[in-house]
Design a protein around this ligand. Structure first.
Ligand code: GLN
Length: 321
């Protein structure tokens, strides 16, 4: 009798907090939606320029896989630089600490596609989340894996438990046709002997990664391992607790490029953004959050997405600091 009373009480508390969280997400989505037209859509390729600006989605996934959503949370979008998080995970799995001979772990303080430091720092990219660093990571994956693109997609399908995830081939082709700056970075690294494979081959695979489409729900689920000391929803450990701590530290210091400081100040969580308008954030030991709204601010981060994460962090009093 007593146990069933306790059970009913726990169940009611759960339902109450679920209701409260859903309400908070709805409130935030409503406000963020009104901001969603304010920024500027990434227009460097036609396929991205066509995306409707006034869209907003948010999803939270806790370490048990329970997911809470509001707005356009199930709509797939171009993950762009959020792919850099998952290629880094592949590279850490493949090379372990050896990776850090070729790429740094410091914030760049510059735009994601800047070439400036690469020249003065002898072809060693500052970190794996700026374009140069991600290209380096792709290069090393190309050297070791038999089918890096296929393996990335399979990893994402398994992490998010969604077999429908795919690459938008039109976006991938456009990326490649507009990738002169990325090509310049790769060639510069090659000149410094920090690039092993043919540049064109690596650019092709990098473009495919940027063109993967996932929803807020997919991404929040895929990143659960970062909130759960390296263990994803499948329960098959992918990273050690120490590797997970390090990935989260890199996300916190470098994940939002030259806006990483402001993101720490306002949101206080490790995060990764992309020019498709997605931002993924991790609240270690608890849950992950993914927001999406395609219009961007000056730094290339989602304007309404940043607003929503700041609101959520304030309302739920979540921060790693
Ligand atoms: N495809 C973009 C690029 O390579 C990705 C950048 C981003 O999302 N910040 O420039």
């Amino acid at each position: 009798m007593l146990t069933s009373l306790v059970l009913v009480k726990t169940l009611l508390t759960f339902m109450y907090s679920d209701l409260k969280l859903n309400k908070i997400l709805e409130t935030i989505a409503e406000k963020a939606q009104s901001l969603s037209g304010k920024g500027k859509i990434a227009d460097y390729i036609p396929a991205l320029a066509r995306v409707k600006p006034n869209q907003f989605g948010i999803a939270i996934c806790n370490i048990n896989g329970e997911t809470y959503t509001a707005g356009d949370a199930e709509k797939p979008f171009s993950i762009q630089s959020i792919s850099k998080l998952f290629t880094l995970i592949q590279a850490i799995k493949t090379y372990g600490d050896q990776l850090w001979q070729w790429v740094g772990r410091e914030p760049s303080g510059l735009r994601f596609n800047s070439l400036v430091q690469l020249e003065s720092e002898n072809g060693i990219p500052r970190n794996p989340f700026i374009n140069a660093g991600a290209l380096l990571v792709c290069d090393r994956l190309e050297s070791r894996l038999s089918a890096p693109n296929y393996q990335l997609l399979e990893m994402l399908k398994s992490l998010s438990q969604n077999n429908m995830i795919k690459v938008n081939q039109q976006v991938a082709r456009s990326e490649l046709n507009h990738g002169s700056r990325n090509a310049a970075m790769a060639y510069l690294m090659k000149a410094f002997h920090n690039f092993e494979n043919p540049v064109e081959k690596v650019l092709e695979s990098y473009s495919h990664h940027c063109a993967i489409e996932m929803s807020c729900v997919d991404l929040a689920r895929a990143a659960v391992l970062l909130a759960n000391k390296g263990v994803p929803l499948s329960q098959e450990r992918l990273l050690t607790a120490k590797q997970t701590k390090r990935v989260n530290a890199l996300l916190a210091t470098c994940g939002l490029y030259d806006e990483a400081g402001d993101f720490a100040f306002k949101v206080g969580l490790p995060g990764k953004s992309g020019v498709g308008g997605g931002i993924l954030a991790v609240y270690p030991n608890n849950y992950t959050i993914c927001v999406w709204s395609p219009a961007l601010n000056e730094a290339g981060n989602s304007l309404a997405g940043l607003y929503a994460l700041e609101q959520l962090s304030d309302m739920l009093e979540i921060s790693v600091y």
